[in-house]
Design a protein around this ligand. Structure first.
Ligand code: URA
Ligand code: CA
Length: 441
């Protein structure tokens, strides 16, 4: 097989075979095919698109390029959750305990964050003593005993995707739905769970700017899941403002603790309960969504999910006094209030800009080797629809680098868009896509 023939075939709009896609993915992973040939294939794919079959074969080849995790030593139906690019996405810390409290095993492999804020691993490490590095045996033991464990990604999951994504990033070929769907699903399939729940974000701060595109991506990923014989459900949710109020590692841990005590922001709680209920349904612990919602709500209100969270933190060596007294979490030296420049109703809060401000304050990594400031970030004071007066605080910034305050503050000001008129509130949960079709909410 010759790479040039494969590029030509795709350029002319023909369908590539399973063997051809495997040849490309394997050859590129092993450095046997140069960047320039793969880059030109990616551009041909960008213009001609991939068929459903090609998307599945590409996903499969990328999944097979590294380790495929075997979770069969864990009892019960394992369900994974994935969000497509949320800013300040605290949901895993809340959804994990909610689902585990319902008896569903949660075996989560998580990476460190790159970009705006840390990943789940970074957030958990702001709890003193918490360990994310452990043997697979200990990980599986904890999941069987506690029903919830989070491990740092030591396995080599879908290395082909890592390489291809880096190339897409510099060749303007990221925003193709087939490439995005196969990239996300190759990693989810390699993680070895029985079922997958996808949270597809729609809006100003997300990859998918509108519902129409979001639906196509969701359907594509559900289709891949079905072909791989894994029950897959996608939920379309709003990202015209960040979820919850906190962005930044220890700030988000505090918000997660509040939410698990049923005292957190309404939107964060609503989404977490809905995601958790769908995972409970996928794990066949409830007969229908109504029953699952009731079960999950009960775990929240009764405090059982919060107890489960503590059990999980203790099992991985975390200091529970930090959970009982969140003021023991890392705290920033400088705290600064950002004030509104004019009156108006909040129309959108650009989540990607808020993420950038958090990064500048120290909450994220600019490169793989940057050191993260676990105490840095910001708290938003206002949601879409709120009426704000000039000079009213719209956010509080937290950092250990006072010279960054001015720049971050100006970005936060720019992220808030105001309207003179009253604004309609966005629907948080827009639609649900499964093998049964689309259900609008
Ligand atoms: N997230 C991914 O993992 N891959 C993409 O291609 C886009 C978003
Ligand atoms: Ca948040």
């Amino acid at each position: 097989m010759r790479m040039v023939d494969i590029i030509y075939k795709k350029r002319e709009g023909y369908e590539l075979t399973r063997d051809e896609l495997r040849f490309v993915v394997e050859g590129y992973t092993k450095d046997q095919i140069p960047d320039y040939q793969v880059a030109s294939l990616l551009m041909a794919i960008y213009f001609k698109d991939l068929s459903n079959k090609e998307i599945f074969y590409l996903t499969e080849a990328m999944m097979m390029s590294g380790d495929v995790i075997d979770l069969s030593d864990i009892d019960g139906i394992k369900v994974d959750k994935h969000s497509t690019g949320g800013v300040g996405d605290t949901t895993t810390l809340i959804v994990g305990p909610l689902v585990a409290a319902c008896g569903v095993p949660v075996a989560k492999m998580s990476g460190r964050g790159l970009g705006h804020t840390g990943g789940t691993i970074d957030k958990l490490e702001s709890i003193r003593g918490f360990q994310v590095e452990m043997s697979d045996k200990r990980f599986i033991d904890i999941v069987n005993r506690v029903k919830l464990s989070v491990i740092g990604q030591s396995a080599d999951l879908a290395p082909a995707d890592k390489k291809l994504y880096a190339l897409r990033d510099v060749t303007a070929t990221v925003d193709n739905i087939g490439l995005i769907a196969s990239s996300i699903m190759s990693k989810k399939l390699a993680a070895g769970t029985d079922a997958i729940l996808l949270d597809v974000k729609i809006g100003s701060g997300a990859f998918m700017k509108n519902e129409e595109q979001g639906l196509i991506l969701a359907q594509q990923m559900v289709d891949i899941g079905e072909q791989a014989k894994k029950n897959t459900v996608a939920i379309l949710t709003d990202m015209n403002q960040p979820l919850g109020n906190a962005v930044g590692n220890s700030l988000e841990v505090k918000e997660a603790i509040q939410t698990l005590k049923n005292e957190g922001p309404q939107d964060l709680k609503q989404l977490c309960v809905y995601l958790a209920s769908n995972m409970v349904l996928l794990a066949e612990k409830a007969k229908n969504i109504e029953e699952a919602l009731e079960m999950v709500n009960d775990k929240l209100v009764s405090g059982k999910a919060f107890e489960k969270f503590k059990e999980f933190i203790a099992a991985q060596g975390g200091d529970l006094s930090v959970i009982d007294d969140p003021s023991l979490l890392p705290e920033a030296k400088y705290i600064y209030s950002v004030k509104a420049k004019a009156d108006g109703y909040i129309e959108t809060i650009k989540a990607d800009e808020i993420g950038l401000a958090a990064l500048i304050l120290g909450a994220g990594r600019e490169s793989k080797h940057s050191v993260i400031d676990l105490s840095a970030g910001l708290i938003l004071h206002g949601r879409i629809g709120d009426k704000i007066l000039e000079n009213q605080p719209i956010a509080t910034l937290y950092t250990n680098m006072d010279m960054k305050l001015e720049q971050a503050s100006s970005i936060v000001n720019g992220a808030f868009c105001f309207s003179k008129e009253q604004v309609q509130l966005p629907k948080l949960i827009k639609a649900i896509v499964s093998s049964q079709g689309i259900k609008n909410m």
